[in-house]
Every structure is written in C-alpha cells, then in structure tokens.
Design a protein around this ligand. Structure first.
Ligand code: NAD
Length: 453
C-alpha cells in the first residue's frame, strides 16, 4: 500500500497530472469506460445485489458519464485564474486566485451505488489534477473487481490505482499521509476517517448518511407527491443516502397521502416484485430492517412481508410509529416508509430541527411562502421541492451534507473546487516604494494612511 502511495505521490510531484490534456484524457477515459463496458458493469451490480438493469444504468452509469462529460467541457474555464481587486493598500498591484491540485487523494466508496459513488469523486479528483487511490466497497465484490480490472485500461495507471479490500485495507490506507480523504459511507465510519485525517492534517470530504425527511403540506398535489415519494423510497430498495427516510404530513391530507403512497408502491412494484426490485445487500441488513419494523409501535398500512431467501422486503408504510423507536432514530436504508402525522408546519419544522441535520430535505407544497419558510427555518445538506432525489442530478448544484450528514460537497464545479486549493496570489509593483509604511511611524504618516485606507 505504501508503495502504491509513493508511486502516486511521485507522479503527482513530477507535474504530469497538471496539464489540461492529462485531466481531459482521464475524464474521457472514465466516460468511455462506463459506456464501453455498460453490460459488464450492469451485470456486476446485478450479481452483487440484484440491481435491475434500467435502474442501475439510470442511477449508476449515466450520472458518471454526465458528470465526466460536464467536467471535461468546463475544465479549461474552471482552471483559469480569477482576478480580484487588490485593495487600496496594494496599488499598484494585481491579485488573483489560482486553483492548484491538492496532491494524492484517497477515495473510499460505499456499496449502494458502487460505480457512481466510486467514479464521480474520481471525476472531481482527476479534473482538479490529483492522483488518486480508489477503494471500492467489499460489499459489492463483483463491481469492485470490475472497477479494478477496467480502471487501469482507461486511466493513467501512474496516476490512478484501484485498491480492493475491506476494513483492514481501508484502515491500512488511512495510515498513509494522503493530501485529501474523500469518504462516502456511514456517519459512524465517517468519524473514523476524520480521526485518521487529523493525524496527517489531511483535508476531508465526508459524504455521510442520515434521515432525510419529507414534509407534505396540506396544499400539496397529493397524488404526485405520493408517487414521487414512493419512487424515491423504492429506488435501490430504499438503500439510497438521499432516500426519503420518513414523511411528516399535515393531518387534513394524511389519510389521502397514505392511500396514495400505498397504491403508488403497488403500481411501481409491478406484478412480479422479485424480478423488478433490488435485494437488501445482506442478511444482517435484512435482520436489522425486520427488527425496525417489529419494534416501530406504528400501524402497518401496507407491506411488512420479509422474504429471507430472496433477501427482499415488501414495500412497507408504517403510520404513526413511536417517535422514539429505532425506526424514527436510525437511518432506515430499506423500503420502509414511516408516516408521521403533524398538526402544523411549525410542528414539522420543530420535528426536523430537534434531530441531526439531514442530507436532504424534501417538501411538497403549492405555496411559495411555505417553501420559503421551510427553507429558511430548517438546515439540511440540500433541498428539493415537489420531488425527491432529483437535485442530486443537477451537475452545477453542489452535493453534500451539513454537520452529521457530511462535510464538503462535490459535483461539477463544486467537486473541482473541493479537490483543489484556491491559491491566492498578490503581485505588487516595484515602484513607487512609498516610505509611509516603513518605520519610523510618525503622526503625519498615520494621518495620511487613515485618510487613504
Ligand atoms: P460504510 O460506512 O459501512 O462503508 C463505506 C466504506 O468504508 C467501504 O468501502 C468500507 O470498506 C469502508 N469501511 C467500513 N468500515 C470502515 C472502518 N472501520 N474504517 C475504515 N473504512 C471502513 O457504508 P456502506 O454500508 O457501504 O454505505 C451505506 C452508508 O453510506 C449509509 O449510511 C448511507 O447513507 C451512506 N451513503 C452516503 C452517501 C452520500 O453521498 N452522502 C452516498 C451513499 C451512501
């Protein structure tokens, strides 16, 4: 591992990765890799956790190709210097900022979107001119192996290396003095990564999890809200960091919403759910979901069946669970949707603000005033109004959490900036070299400076 690191650091120090050409070549490589080997990557994800073909293409491969193409298109502009006003104290002079790569970056990826969450951070890393080690998740072994095989064929092996393995490998990598750690995964492991970063004063991006709430106001379009919430919840069988975790719905529309979500889930599932839906990643997680359900204290409006052989759980809606149950405390990460009935939007806002700041907050309303109120009075990594998940796909919107849901952001320019150091530079003119700032400091000099500055 140390050898790999030394090699990548040497490549970085050689200056090889700084040119627009090297960066654009890597971005083109990433784009071509997911296009040329679409079938192989889709099969790997199906082998790992039964991910359906279309869903895997839409949520894993397509976003990577879009992100890489977007970065390539804008790269030269992002790399340009930005002039700034040097201030009266520095006339004559010029000042500007210049992005420079951070160095060698470690990317640790989760299993749930195993291609996208490995390669999108890599897009940001190479666009910014860094060398990188990519550690995919051991819980998606076929995808991890496919990436380890393909990356060296499409990217400069002197600049990018895939290291496969589990916690022991991650732990060993975290011992090394990487310039930046880009981690996507659970909040618990995020703390381990941040502690490791402290040892070398590496900078970090932490893309973590949490419970992303959905607020449904009484003036929302309930049918559309229900369909979109059900879609977002069932995507990847609920195993999505920005899945709508639970719903807070105003009482007058609560029954209608529960009915509509129930029928939306049934129609999205189709006639053979075993064929169309992603599996829960392993038996441990299935057991965890089963006990969340058992101990929820709520009323199951639909679903609830658990199939151990298929590692599958029926799309489930739980109405008014115990607010202190594990279902309402922990990130669910499965196709279970708790619906909590509230008497007002203020109650919904209070509910959100009493808990950790979420990665995403969703709001369904027909009113701009409600939209403004919720956006201003809550804090979350991002907000999406009248839909769920889709804000993730806007290349120019920074994506990231806040507080316990994460630190830093990426996608598009935000990713480029996140993995660059924006270096400030001042160039002063040599003449005149006014004596006013040099000692001895007289009252006349002070009077003059106070007047000018
Ligand atoms: P995880 O934290 O268990 O694992 C993520 C990665 O960290 C894996 O590569 C794993 O090998 C490694 N790892 C695990 N334990 C480690 C340790 N002790 N030390 C060092 N490395 C370790 O997460 P997961 O189960 O793969 O993914 C699910 C979690 O990730 C959920 O909480 C989800 O919300 C979150 N997530 C967040 C985002 C985001 O963009 N914010 C995206 C996807 C998933």
């Amino acid at each position: 591992m140390a050898e790999v690191f030394d090699r990548l650091r040497a490549t970085f120090r050689s200056g090889r990765t700084r040119s627009v050409k090297w960066r654009a070549d890597q971005l083109r490589g990433i784009e071509r890799m997911v296009i040329d080997h679409e079938a192989k990557l889709l099969q790997a994800m199906a082998d790992d956790f039964g991910k359906p073909r279309f869903e895997a293409w839409m949520t894993d491969l397509m976003p990577v190709a879009v992100e890489a193409a977007h970065a390539r298109k804008h790269l030269a502009r992002w790399m340009r210097a930005r002039w700034t006003w040097p201030g009266k104290a520095n006339i004559p002079g010029r000042s500007w900022t210049m992005p420079e790569p951070l160095g060698t970056v470690l990317i640790i990826a989760p299993w749930n979107y195993p291609v996208q969450l490995a390669l999108s951070p890599l897009v940001a890393a190479v666009a910014a001119g860094n060398t990188a080690v990519l550690k995919p998740s051991e819980l998606a072994p076929a995808t991890s192996a496919a990436l380890a095989r393909l990356v060296p064929q499409y990217l400069d092996p002197r600049g990018v290396t895939v290291v496969e393995g589990a916690v022991d490998v991650s732990t060993e990598l975290l011992e090394l003095p990487f310039d930046h750690l880009f981690f996507t995964g659970s909040t618990t492991v995020g703390k381990v990564v941040m502690a490791a970063a402290a040892r070398h004063l590496s900078s970090v991006t932490l893309e973590l999890g949490g419970k992303s709430p959905v607020i449904v106001a009484r003036d929302a379009d309930i049918e559309i809200a229900a369909r979109r919430i059900a879609w977002g919840k069932l995507l990847n069988a609920g195993q999505t960091c920005i899945a709508p975790d639970y719903v807070l719905v105003e009482r007058p529309v609560a029954d209608r919403l529960v009915d509509s979500v129930t029928s939306a889930m049934a129609s999205l599932e189709g006639s053979d759910p075993h064929l169309t839906r992603t599996r829960i990643v392993n038996q441990r997680h299935l057991g965890r979901l089963e006990s969340l359900l058992k101990e929820s204290g709520g009323q199951v409006a639909t679903g609830g069946t658990v199939d151990h052989d298929e590692r599958w759980i029926e799309p489930t809606v739980v109405v008014d669970p115990d607010r202190s149950s594990a279902l309402m405390r922990d990130e669910i990460f499965g196709p279970i949707l708790p619906v909590v009935v509230v008497d007002s939007l203020d109650e919904a806002i209070g509910f959100v603000n009493e808990r950790d700041k979420p990665l995403a907050l969703y709001l369904f309303t027909g009113s701009r005033a409600t939209e403004r109120q919720i956006i201003e009075e809550t804090s979350s990594g991002g907000v999406c109004v009248n839909h769920v998940v889709m804000h993730f796909l806007v290349p120019e919107l920074p994506f990231g959490g806040v507080g316990p849901s994460g630190t830093g952001a990426y996608h598009g320019l935000a990713g480029f900036e996140e993995l660059s150091h924006r270096k400030p530079i001042l160039r002063r003119g040599v003449r005149p070299d006014l004596s006013v700032v040099y000692p001895p400091f007289t009252e006349a000099k002070e009077r003059l400076l106070r007047r000018i500055l």
